[in-house]
Design a protein around this ligand. Structure first.
Ligand code: PEP
Length: 253
């Protein structure tokens, strides 16, 4: 079963309008007409429209870093997935560790977001991953099982719009990376759990990305693991000199 590698850049709360636009153009140029991998960028909400214009005529996917769990209403400061879709966004990141651990998002909220984002016809990249304390207490697989339950709301016709990013919290922005073996073990378990929730066929097709201090030096080995289908990259996605070699490290199917 071949899954197309996905290399995604999470730009977090970084860059100016001008820098985001020029980085978008550089990613579009690096992606070129390559069809053997997907590339995705997740700029800040306020830069989405500028980035969209700069990605015009490219096959780079435009994603948002978050959305709210309702179609519309009195939710000051929040953004509906329908609004994202309406302005040309194709994918949304849900449950990133900074949303869970810095902003206190619960599994229930994350599950509601997955449901509404899929209903709005967006693709969803669900982020999961254990903290250092949870890994040290051998709770990694339990955490993955709990967080993946957010996918229970996915309907059979929506499965082709779902991907998962395994991002151990202790590896995000810390320079500590899971070894390729650790990543493979967590990804294989993630795929087994997805099979329990959504069936074997779906589990075989769903891209599972690794995230956590991916850089040009470690990308190829991580991406060579059988269940690692891509990378979600934070810090190293902010400079094209770092992001381009990560894109190039994606195996050609
Ligand atoms: C992320 O923000 O999803 C991430 C993996 O960040 P970094 O690559 O900087 O660890």
């Amino acid at each position: 079963m071949s899954r197309k590698p996905v290399i995604a850049g999470n730009w977090k709360m970084h860059l100016t309008k001008r820098k985001a636009s020029s980085l978008a153009r550089a990613v579009a140029a690096a992606q070129g007409s390559v069809e053997s991998r997907r590339s995705v960028v997740f700029p800040s909400f306020v830069h989405l429209d500028h980035v969209r214009r700069n990605l015009r005529n490219s096959n780079v996917v435009l994603g948002a870093q978050n959305c709210w769990c309702k179609k519309e209403g009195a939710f000051t400061g929040e953004v509906s997935p329908y609004m994202l879709r309406d302005m040309g966004v194709q994918m949304v990141l849900i449950g990133h560790s900074e949303r869970r651990h810095v902003l206190g998002e619960s599994d229930a909220l994350i599950s509601d977001k997955v449901k509404v984002a899929l209903k709005a016809k967006l693709e969803v990249m669900l982020c999961i991953g254990e903290t250092r304390e949870e890994r040290e207490a051998s709770l990694t697989f339990e955490v993955l099982a709990r967080q993946l339950k957010a996918l229970k709301v996915v309907k059979p016709a929506q499965t082709d719009r779902v991907s998962v990013a395994y991002e151990p919290v202790w590896a995000i922005g810390t320079g500590l990376t899971a070894t390729p073996q650790m990543a493979q073990q967590a990804h294989a378990e993630t795929r087994r759990l997805v099979a329990q929730l959504l069936g074997e066929e779906t589990a075989a097709l769903i891209p599972i990305l690794y995230g956590g201090s991916v850089n040009p030096g470690n990308a190829a080995e991580l991406l060579s693991q059988p269940d690692v289908d891509g990378a979600l990259v934070g810090g190293a996605s902010l400079k094209i000199e770092d992001f381009e070699p990560i894109l190039a490290a994606a195996p050609t199917a």
